[in-house]
Design a protein around this ligand. Sequence first.
Ligand code: SF4
Ligand code: MG
Length: 327
Amino acid sequence: RPGLLTRGLDRLTGTDSAVTVHALTDVSLDVPRGEVMGIVGESGCGKSTLGRIVSGIYAPTDGEVKLDGKPVAQGPDGNVQKLTTRVQMIHQDPFASLNPRMKVGETIAEGPRLHGLMTGEEARQRVRQLLRQVGLEGAYANRLPHQFSGGQRQRIAIARALAMEPELLVLDEAVASLDVSIQAQVLNLFMDLRRELDLTALFISHDLSVVRHVCDRVAIMYLGRVVELATAEELYARPMHPYTEALFASVPTLGTGRAAFKPIKGEIPSPIDPPPGCAFHPRCPFAGPRCRAEVPRLKPSPQGRSVACHLHDGGTGSEETPREVAA
Ligand code: SF4
Ligand code: MG
């Protein structure tokens, strides 16, 4: 079935400076309808930029975004159509994303009203239904955001997004600002809604333990590139890219016991002046001469996994083989 498609998003230009930052390079992802795809990486890896391009907030300087096979956002040669109805974004901070002076019922109905999707009594009924759908009481429609807890506000933000009946949800660190127990509640709600409404979503997060619960497939990003793409099941059973392994090893509860190293060494390099070859090479314990010279491409393996690493594609050029690499 047709789904979301991004092809070769490249060279997003930083417009607030004279420097061109390639925030995303060579990122191509397909999200079939009904799938929840995780986008994981440390801050600065480009995952939020990807979410904003897919949401139509940023225009890519190259590449395109398609929904159901039709371009919806593309570079300067094409028109960028704001995806105000078809793609809805849920942000990290529910405090900042709700208008403090607007009753939450009005906030939820605002988008559909602006787009003429519903009016008057119909909108009031729908708002109450949406509030109940996200586990709140219909009567809460008359309250202001400050009367709610962080978790409740995030539920309201979800109701507001669902009011538009989007084809794609983009959740950018949607539970990151919540306490762990509240995170679990909001994630469970999302899982219920997902089943009920057959939602399609990009789930952007730095938190591998959160992603594990909600995502079907996961793309690991490093410095603007996807370095590994696999089903959640496969990825959590066996990360293949050294960066993915390092990410897993840095989360104690997810340690696979087979990672050769612990917290990721070194800083993320500046995207303004990324290292040549594999951008992870200054931090990678397996780096060889080839890694410093040649950018590893994301290659689909016969098993359906994709990894961008010379270890898994002919070797690093190092004299010694640092370890056995299974196919
Ligand atoms: Fe490490 Fe080389 Fe693989 Fe990059 S390509 S992750 S430097 S082994
Ligand atoms: Mg971010």
